[in-house]
Design a binder for this molecule. Structure first.
Ligand SMILES: [Zn+2]
Ligand SMILES: [Zn+2]
Length: 299
């Protein structure tokens, strides 16, 4: 911490052994100002928790480690009327960061409340960490601690999208199977038939294995490239954040496409027809019938 503070403001010197009092100069608009900082006023907040502080000493980033050793950071912006006004806090979380604050509160209170909130999410993150570690997650590309959704590869062009509940992370999540009908239908039937086997004491991954009666391909068994087949129209895997999730239903074809690419392609063909927001046409690869919904998100 000391090194960070001093690195950003080389004219500041710690005055006490605890390194909570600094004196020196900061440069604002090319003028030097004398400044003295008491950092932070309460004893609960050890300096090791401070990741960074801006040159106006208004925005602090505090580190917190949860009981499973995951590292988190909360950004605290002090309002002009601090501490009468509550500071503005934000962090990479799947739930709103609500803090109680009184004019007597300190940054130590913020840190303690943040730690409590982290513990309440420990099981949720444990469920997602297991998925991230033991399967190939296709979406999001780089999951953050705030992401509740995972799209997990099952086989080439077959995946399952799960939306994990932050408060009940081991309950049966909202599931959506994606891929060609001839592969997805048997999986969907298994999911429906075995749903009663869901055991809320086990993780989502374990339950999905049992209910779908499959083993998920993992980084230990497969290369990710086996599941990231390119779009048959634009030849890319990612189109902005979208991945090719429209698959030709013909078992011998199975070509994946981006929704936006397939929609534009089919709309441009005179043989296609449109009904409401669905376009009916032919697969650009095998000429078998294929349909696509107009993308609701911006293509
Ligand atoms: Zn495409
Ligand atoms: Zn096809």
């Amino acid at each position: 911490m000391e090194s960070l503070l001093v690195k950003e403001s080389p004219l500041l010197l710690p005055l006490n052994k605890e390194k909570t009092v600094y004196d020196g100069f900061i440069t604002v608009q090319e003028r030097d100002f004398r400044i003295r900082i008491l950092l932070p006023p309460d004893h609960q907040l050890k300096l090791a928790k401070l990741v960074s502080i801006d040159t106006e000493f208004r925005t602090l980033r505090l580190r917190a480690e949860d009981s499973s050793g995951r590292q988190h950071v909360v950004t605290v912006k002090l309002k002009p009327k601090h501490p009468v006004e509550a500071p503005w806090c934000s962090a990479d979380l799947p739930v709103p960061l609500a803090m109680t604050w009184t004019p007597q509160s300190s940054l130590g209170h913020v840190h303690t409340q943040f730690l409590l909130l982290l513990e309440s999410l420990a099981e949720f993150w444990a469920v997602l960490d297991e998925i991230d570690e033991k399967t190939w997650v296709l979406e999001p590309e780089k999951p953050s601690r705030a992401d509740t959704m995972r799209r997990i590869a099952i086989a080439n062009n077959v995946s399952i999208k799960v939306e994990v509940d932050t408060r009940h992370p081991k309950m049966l999540p909202e599931c959506c199977l994606l891929g060609a009908e001839h592969v997805v239908t048997p999986l969907r039937n298994k999911l429906n038939a075995n749903m009663h086997l869901w055991n809320p004491d086990c993780s989502i991954l374990q339950n999905l294995r049992d209910v779908l009666e499959i083993e998920f391909p993992s980084p230990a068994t497969h290369e990710k490239s086996s599941f990231s087949a390119e779009c048959g129209i634009c030849y890319a895997y990612r189109l902005e954040s979208a991945i090719p999730d429209q698959v030709c239903n013909d078992p011998r074809c199975g070509q994946p496409f981006h929704q936006a690419c397939l929609y534009e392609w089919l709309r441009g063909l005179p043989s296609s027809r449109q009904s409401f927001n669905i376009v009916f046409g032919e697969c650009p690869y095998c000429s078998k019938p294929i349909t696509v919904k107009m993308s609701t998100q911006k293509p």
